[in-house]
Design a protein around this ligand. Structure first.
Ligand SMILES: Nc1ncnc2c1ncn2[C@@H]1O[C@H](COP(=O)(O)OP(=O)(O)O)[C@@H](O)[C@H]1O
Ligand SMILES: [Mg+2]
Length: 494
């Protein structure tokens, strides 16, 4: 029986995890390790006779010390970076304490997009894309000059949600220009990615697809997969998908397990893909993946449900959507993960739509300095009275007040019978004086979850559906880039 939980992380997703733990019927104490004082997480810890500890949760030694000092018997990891640094390996191997979060080897499914793509091809998992990896900048440049394909250029290693450039290449007259853009991006990425020595591949270039994106988050005990309702997140900083990519400015969900523009058949297909990934990880690495695995999916004309990337954790903000309405005791779920008995858990959620929107200080995400150090004034009581919930993120509770740290400061969750209704409630909060910075401006997106955007996606999904159903009958042409040999072309069928 779990009695003392340590949570790692400090943002809104972790606040939502802490809140779900605080709701548990189990007799547990909750501790959290974080770099700045998140008042939401602190409140949850205090409610469960625990406390927060300020420290570097990315550092295995620091985590081990807290585990020993507090007599922790379960560690729950919120963000991805501690997984990549081997925190789970350290806690399990040195202290013998189990974790919710995969070991470093299994976390490669997120850390290395190249590993994930290879796994999908080796194990014939549907929803895979053609890809090419490069360890050497000259080869990548040569590939670009020779192929002229529409591609997505990515750092092969997870890079904090940065560095992906998607470039269509169909207008012949623009080919040279586009080729130069690609070459410049590849050169820049190589320079940036080279500082990471933990994986050998530096750049991943993959086939460009188009479609509607959504996230499927799942619990897994390494063998069984328990899927959560679908969530769609919005990455761009400004309204109507304009501006730089962020960690996520908002997300929509429900009611029910799927989204209005994804059919239950597509949902099932997506679940199947994640199940196959978990099985492939077990076969490939001999490691049982324990924790949360999420598919960042796209409904594309090529496959229908297609994997863009994987997370070894909840998304942020997507995790807030599901956790804020989770009715099943999360500690029961954790215990079932540890005893590999997930099938006995019946997942239950309030059957309502949930819209989450982030508010970040102006300057985020490009100029963190501008976004730092502002005093936030927030009337949480009134916000809750209006039926919404506050999840604290990149803020530091100090004597002088609640200070912004530079990223998404809070996420507001709203609920309703439909997504537009829930979105409207959140918008009312964001545009009111219940949340503001004393001497600075907040950015947020009022467009997320609007009726018109949902209708548009339903329409677009229908077009994509027709395309992938028709394409199923065809065979695809594959172009394979073999280093030293160049481009080989062959055919494959589904
Ligand atoms: N192969 C692709 N085709 C088209 N768009 C893509 C492709 N890969 C990524 N994208 C777009 O770029 C975004 C970021 O890419 P992703 O692989 O998720 O990297 P990260 O989130 O680590 O930056 C995706 O959400 C998607 O919109
Ligand atoms: Mg992504």
């Amino acid at each position: 029986m779990v009695s003392k939980i340590l949570l790692l992380g400090e943002c809104s997703r972790e606040h939502a995890i802490a809140e779900a733990i605080a709701r548990s019927g189990h007799k547990i104490r909750l501790y959290a390790l974080m770099k700045h004082r998140n008042p939401g997480i602190e409140r949850c810890c205090k409610a469960r006779d625990g406390e927060i500890i300020i420290g570097d949760f990315l550092d295995p030694e620091t985590v081990l010390k807290v585990v020993r000092d507090k007599g922790i018997d379960l560690v729950v990891i919120g963000p991805e970076e501690p997984l990549f640094r081997g925190v789970v390996n350290a806690v399990e191997d040195v202290e013998g304490v189990p974790c919710i979060g995969p070991r470093r080897e299994a976390a490669q499914v997120e850390q290395s997009k190249a590993f994930m793509r290879r796994l999908m091809w080796k194990y014939n998992i549907p929803g895979r894309l053609r890809f090419w990896t490069f360890r050497d900048v000259r080869e990548a440049l040569e590939f670009i000059r020779e192929t002229g394909e529409s591609v997505a250029i990515k750092p092969a290693r997870q890079f904090g949600g940065k560095g992906v450039k998607v470039i269509a290449d169909f207008q012949a007259y623009l080919r040279d220009v586009r080729s130069r853009v690609k070459e410049a991006h590849v050169t820049k990425l190589f320079a940036e990615v080279s500082k990471y020595t933990d994986i050998e591949d530096k750049i991943l270039i993959e086939e460009k697809v188009e479609g509607i994106e959504y996230t499927l988050q799942c619990f897994t005990d390494g063998v069984n997969v328990l899927p959560l309702p679908l969530v769609q997140d919005y990455k761009h900083a400004y309204e109507y998908g304009i501006g730089p990519e962020t960690g996520g400015m908002g997300s929509i969900m429900g009611p029910g397990i799927t989204l209005p523009f994804i059919t239950s058949e597509e949902y099932e297909k997506s679940v199947q893909i994640v199940k196959m990934l978990v099985e492939a990880i077990r076969k490939e690495l001999g490691v049982e993946y324990r924790g949360i695995i999420s598919g960042q999916m796209m409904l594309t004309p090529v496959w229908g449900p297609t994997v863009i990337e994987c997370y070894a954790r909840f998304g942020d903000p997507e995790g807030v959507n599901v956790l804020s309405v989770l009715e099943t005791d999360i500690v029961d779920i954790f215990e079932a993960i540890l005893s590999r008995s997930l099938p006995k858990i019946k997942l239950e959620f309030k059957n309502i739509a949930v819209v989450v929107k982030a508010a970040a200080p102006l300057g985020y995400p490009l100029d963190r300095k501008l976004a730092q150090g502002h005093i936030m004034e927030i009337d949480e009581e009134k916000i809750v009275e209006k039926g919404c919930k506050v999840y604290y993120g990149s803020v530091d509770q100090r004597e002088e007040g609640l200070i912004t740290v530079g990223s998404r400061a809070v996420e507001i969750a709203g609920f309703g019978e439909t997504i537009p209704e829930a979105a409207h409630k959140v918008n009312e909060i964001l545009t009111s004086s219940l949340i503001r910075l004393r001497d600075w401006k907040l950015i947020y997106r009022l467009d997320i979850g609007s009726r018109i955007s949902i209708e548009k996606m339903i329409e677009n999904a229908e077009i994509i559906r027709r395309a992938y159903r028709a394409r199923k009958l065809e065979r695809y042409v594959i172009k394979e880039w073999i280093p030293g040999k160049g481009l080989i072309t062959y055919m494959y069928g589904e």
